[in-house]
Ligand binder design. Structure first.
Ligand code: ACM
Ligand code: ZN
Length: 754
C-alpha cells in the first residue's frame, strides 16, 4: 500500500474489519439534498431504516425512492456472486452504491457506511455538524460465520425490553446477528406461557435475602415486539428454555415437575440445586411439549436452545419413576456414560422430537453429548472446545463459546482488585480478540464447516444493574463481532484498539455503558498504601491508555498531569488516577492514599492458637452484630470461622446465619511493609482496621491494605459473617487472611502462632 493509502486506512473505523477494502481519495458529502434509491421492496426496507436513522442525527430529510436515481443506491442482486449477507460498497465523491445478494447484505453495507461517518451519526437527536462526510472506499465484504452471537441472561438479574432492544440496536451495527435469549433458570422464569401462568406469576419473582423482591418477565406480546425489532435489524433471536437442570424456578411454580414433588423455596443464591426436572414422568414431557409449542410460535428462527448444562443427577438415582424409565429404556452404565447420563440423553432426544414437531432444530450446551448426542442436535461448546470438536467430527453443527478462551463476558476484564465484583476468571479484550473459533484439528479433518459460528455469553449473577451488564459486554463484544466476521488474516489487535475508540463513542450515543481500562498497580493493586522510607507506584493498563492524575485533592480531568513513569512518594499523599481515552473520556477514578508510617512494634503473644467466638443471628455488616450474644467456639484455623455450619447443594434452606470472630497472633520473618488480603468482613492488625468488606459481596477481596510491621509477632482479629449478599453465600468463602511482602506478588496464609 502507498503511504497515503495506509494513512487513509488509518482513518477507517469499521468493525468488523472488512474482507477487502481500498481507500480512495476524497469524500462523499451527506447533505440536506441527499436521497436514497432502491432496486426493490426488500432494499426499500433497509433504505427506509437507514434514512430514518440518519435523519435523526443529521436533521436532513433523506427521502427514499424506487426510481433508480438517488445519491445512495441500494441494489439487491441475487446474481452478484457474493456469499449470503455479503455486500459491496462503493463510496465515491458523487454517489454511494451498495450491492448485495440479500437484504441482510444491504443492511450490513449500510452499517459499514454508517461507520464511515463520524460517531455522532449514531445520535438519536440532531447534531449540529458543519459537514457530514464519509471517506471514499471500495469494499467487498462477507462474514466468516453465519452465527455471530451474543447471549443475555435476564434470569439472574432481569433486563427490561427497552434494555434488551438497546443491545440489539447497537450490536446489529456491528453485524452481530444472533441473540441467544436465556429465558429460564433456577433464579427466574422470564417468558409468559399461557398454559402455565404460575411459571411467571411464581417463578418470575424471588425474595432476596435482604427481603427485597427481584424479578420480572416478558409477556408474549413483548416477546413478539422484541423479535420483530430484532428482525428489522437482521438479528435472529434463539430462545433458551432450560431442561432438565437449571429448572428450579419452574419447579417452584409446579413442584410436580421434579422427582420429589414437594414445595420448594426461592432460589436467590448463585449456583445450581440438584432438584431438577423428572424425566421419569410423562407429565413432565407433556409440560415441555406445551411450553415448546408456545415458545416455538413466538420465535421464527430455526434453532431452539434447550440448555442441558450442569444437570445434577443425584435425585434421579433415588426416584422410582426415573429408575423405572432407566429399566424400561434399557439404559445401562457403560463406557459411554452412567445410566443417569443416558437418562439425560433420553430426555434431550425426546425434546428433539418435540421440537421437530414445531419445525425447530435443537441446540444445547455441550453436556448434551453425555450419554449420546441426539441425531440432529447442534452443540454449543462452552466447557472448552472439546465438546465442539467431538461434535463437529461427528458431523454436528457447532457454535463455539468456550468460557476460558475469552467468550464469557462475566469474567473480570482487568485486575480483580480494581474492577467491580464478578464471577471470577480473567478475560481481557485482547484475549477474546485472539480467539479463533475453528480448531486446527477440524481443519485437518475437513470438518471446519461444521463450526457455524461463535458467541459471547454474559451471565448475570453479578450484574446488578444494566450499567454493570453493559460494562461487562462492551467493548469486548466488539471483539466478538470481529472474530465472527473478519478473516483471520485481516485481524490486527493494535488496529482494532484504535477502532474500538470509535465504537465506544457510538456506544455513548446509544446510551450504552462500557469498560475503560483502569490504572492498575504493577505488582498488585490496592488503595491503602503505606511506606517507611519511600513508596514507588508504577501503573499499567490492560491495553495501551493514557493515564492522568492529581495530587491536590481535585478530581482528574483529561488535561490533568499525564502519568509517564513510576511515581515516588516520600511523604503522605492522596493520589487520584484515571485512564483517559483518545476522545477524552475518563475511566472511573482510583483514589489511593499513601501514608508514611513506622513499623508496628512486635508484641509478645498472650496466648497461642485461635480464640474464636460466635453469635447467632442474621447480620449483614459487623455493625449489626455489635450487641449480639457471643459464645466461645473451637477453631483450629481461621478457615474454621466459615466452617461452623455446612452448606449443601440446595443452599437456601441450609444457609445458617451467624457471625464469628477470631483473635490470634501471627509472625512475620522480616521488618517491612506487607499487604493483607481477605474475603472476611473485617481484619484488624495490631488493633487497627486494615480490611473492611462490610456489606459488600465478599469475593475477590477488593480492599487490600498495607501495614508496616516489625519482625516478630503481631495480633490479628478477624470478623466473618455467614450471610448472603448479592446472591453470594459467604459460607462458600475460605475465611482466611493472606499476606505478601509489598515487593512480592505472591500471597500466602498468615502464619498463626501455635
Ligand atoms: C454454562 O455456562 N453453564 C453453559
Ligand atoms: Zn425422577
Amino acid at each position: 500500500m502507498k503511504l497515503i493509502a495506509i494513512l487513509a486506512a488509518a482513518l477507517i473505523n469499521i468493525i468488523p474489519s472488512p474482507v477487502e477494502m481500498q481507500v480512495k481519495d476524497g469524500c462523499f458529502k451527506l447533505g440536506p439534498e441527499t436521497s436514497f434509491c432502491v432496486s426493490d421492496s426488500q432494499a426499500l426496507g433497509v433504505a427506509e431504516f437507514m434514512s430514518s436513522k440518519l435523519s435523526a442525527s443529521t436533521g436532513f430529510r433523506l427521502p427514499v425512492s424506487e426510481c433508480g436515481k438517488g445519491d445512495i443506491a441500494l441494489v439487491l442482486d441475487p446474481e452478484s456472486g457474493l456469499p449470503r449477507e455479503g455486500y459491496t460498497l462503493e463510496v465515491t465523491k458523487d454517489r454511494v452504491v451498495a450491492t448485495a445478494p440479500d437484504a441482510a447484505g444491504l443492511f450490513y453495507a449500510m452499517q459499514s457506511f454508517l461507520q464511515l461517518l463520524p460517531p455522532c451519526a449514531d445520535s438519536r437527536v440532531k447534531v449540529d455538524l458543519k459537514t457530514w462526510t464519509a471517506p471514499c472506499v471500495s469494499i467487498r465484504d462477507y462474514p466468516r460465520f453465519g452465527w455471530r452471537g451474543f447471549h443475555v441472561d435476564p434470569c439472574r438479574h432481569f433486563m427490561t425490553v427497552e434494555e434488551t432492544k438497546r443491545q440489539i440496536d447497537m450490536l446489529s451495527e456491528y453485524k452481530v446477528n444472533v441473540m441467544h435469549w436465556h429465558l429460564t433458570d433456577d433464579q427466574g422464569w422470564r417468558i409468559e406461557i399461557k398454559k402455565y401462568p404460575r411459571l411467571t406469576e411464581v417463578g418470575g419473582w424471588r425474595t432476596e435475602f435482604d427481603g427485597s423482591v427481584h424479578g420480572g418477565f416478558y409477556t408474549q406480546e413483548e416477546i413478539r415486539d422484541v423479535v420483530a425489532y430484532a428482525a428489522e435489524r437482521f438479528v435472529t433471536i434463539v430462545p433458551e428454555i432450560e431442561m432438565p437442570g437449571h429448572s428450579f424456578a419452574a419447579i417452584r411454580a409446579y413442584p410436580w415437575l421434579s422427582c420429589l414433588n414437594v414445595p420448594v423455596w426461592d432460589f436467590g443464591v448463585w449456583g445450581s440445586p440438584d432438584i431438577v426436572l423428572c424425566p421419569g414422568s410423562e407429565r413432565v414431557f407433556r409440560f415441555l411439549d406445551d411450553v415448546a409449542a408456545e415458545v416455538s410460535a413466538l420465535f421464527p428462527g430455526e434453532y431452539f436452545h434447550i440448555g442441558g448444562d450442569e444437570c445434577q443427577k443425584t435425585k434421579w438415582k433415588e426416584c422410582d419413576a426415573c429408575q423405572a424409565r432407566i429399566r424400561q429404556e434399557g439404559l445401562v452404565s457403560d463406557e459411554e456414560g452412567t445410566a443417569e447420563e443416558k437418562l439425560q440423553s433420553y430426555a434431550v432426544k425426546r425434546m428433539e422430537g418435540i421440537l421437530a414437531k414445531y419445525g425447530k432444530k435443537l441446540i444445547g450446551w455441550d453436556e448434551i453429548l453425555e450419554g449420546g448426542l441426539s441425531p440432529n442436535a447442534a452443540v454449543m461448546s462452552w466447557r472448552g472446545e472439546k465438546g465442539g470438536i467431538k461434535s463437529a467430527l461427528a458431523g454436528h453443527c457447532v457454535v463455539m463459546t468456550p468460557s476460558h478462551d475469552g467468550l464469557y463476558l462475566d469474567h473480570f476484564q482487568g485486575d480483580p482488585k480494581v474492577e467491580p465484583v464478578s464471577i471470577g476468571n480473567y478475560t481481557t479484550l485482547e484475549k477474546i480478540y485472539g480467539y479463533n473459533p475453528v480448531p486446527e484439528v477440524l481443519v485437518q479433518n475437513g470438518k471446519a464447516e461444521y463450526v457455524i459460528g461463535v458467541q459471547a455469553n454474559t451471565w448475570s449473577e453479578y450484574l446488578y444493574s444494566i450499567a454493570q451488564r453493559e460494562y461487562m459486554m462492551y467493548p469486548r463484544i466488539f471483539a466478538l463481532a470481529e472474530i465472527a466476521w473478519t478473516p483471520l488474516e485481516n485481524k490486527d489487535f493494535k488496529d482494532f484498539c484504535r477502532r474500538v475508540d470509535d465504537a465506544c463513542q457510538r456506544a455513548d450515543y446509544h446510551g450504552i455503558n462500557y469498560h475503560i481500562p483502569l490504572p492498575e498497580q504493577v505488582g498488585g493493586s490496592y488503595d491503602n498504601v503505606v511506606f517507611t522510607d519511600k513508596a514507588v507506584l508504577e501503573f499499567k493498563t490492560t491495553r495501551p491508555m493514557r493515564m492522568v492524575y492529581t495530587l491536590d485533592g481535585s478530581v482528574p480531568t483529561a488535561s490533568s498531569k499525564q502519568y509517564r513513569k513510576a511515581l515516588e512518594f516520600t511523604s503522605d499523599a492522596t493520589l487520584r488516577i484515571a485512564s483517559v481515552t483518545t476522545y477524552g473520556k475518563l475511566s472511573p477514578v482510583r483514589t489511593i492514599t499513601i501514608r508514611k508510617t513506622l513499623p508496628a512494634k512486635a508484641v509478645t503473644p498472650s496466648f497461642t492458637g485461635i480464640r474464636a467466638r460466635r453469635a447467632d443471628g442474621r447480620f449483614i455488616t459487623p455493625q449489626d452484630c455489635k450487641d449480639a450474644v457471643w459464645y466461645e467456639v473451637k477453631a483450629g484455623t481461621l478457615r474454621d470461622l466459615s466452617n461452623l455450619e455446612k452448606l449443601d447443594k440446595n443452599m437456601p434452606p441450609s444457609v445458617r446465619f451467624y457471625a464469628s470472630k477470631a483473635e490470634a497472633y501471627f509472625s512475620v520473618p522480616e521488618t517491612g511493609v506487607y499487604v493483607f488480603s481477605s474475603d472476611c468482613d473485617q481484619v484488624f492488625i495490631d488493633g487497627a482496621l486494615v480490611i473492611d468488606n462490610s456489606g459488600e459481596v465478599k469475593r475477590f477481596s477488593r480492599h487490600d491494605g498495607g501495614v508496616a510491621l516489625e519482625k516478630g509477632c503481631h495480633s490479628v482479629e478477624v470478623v466473618f459473617i455467614s450471610n448472603v449478599i448479592g446472591g453470594w453465600t459467604s459460607l462458600r468463602n475460605k475465611s482466611e487472611v493472606y499476606i505478601r511482602p509489598v515487593s512480592s506478588e505472591k500471597s500466602q496464609l498468615i502464619s498463626i502462632v501455635k
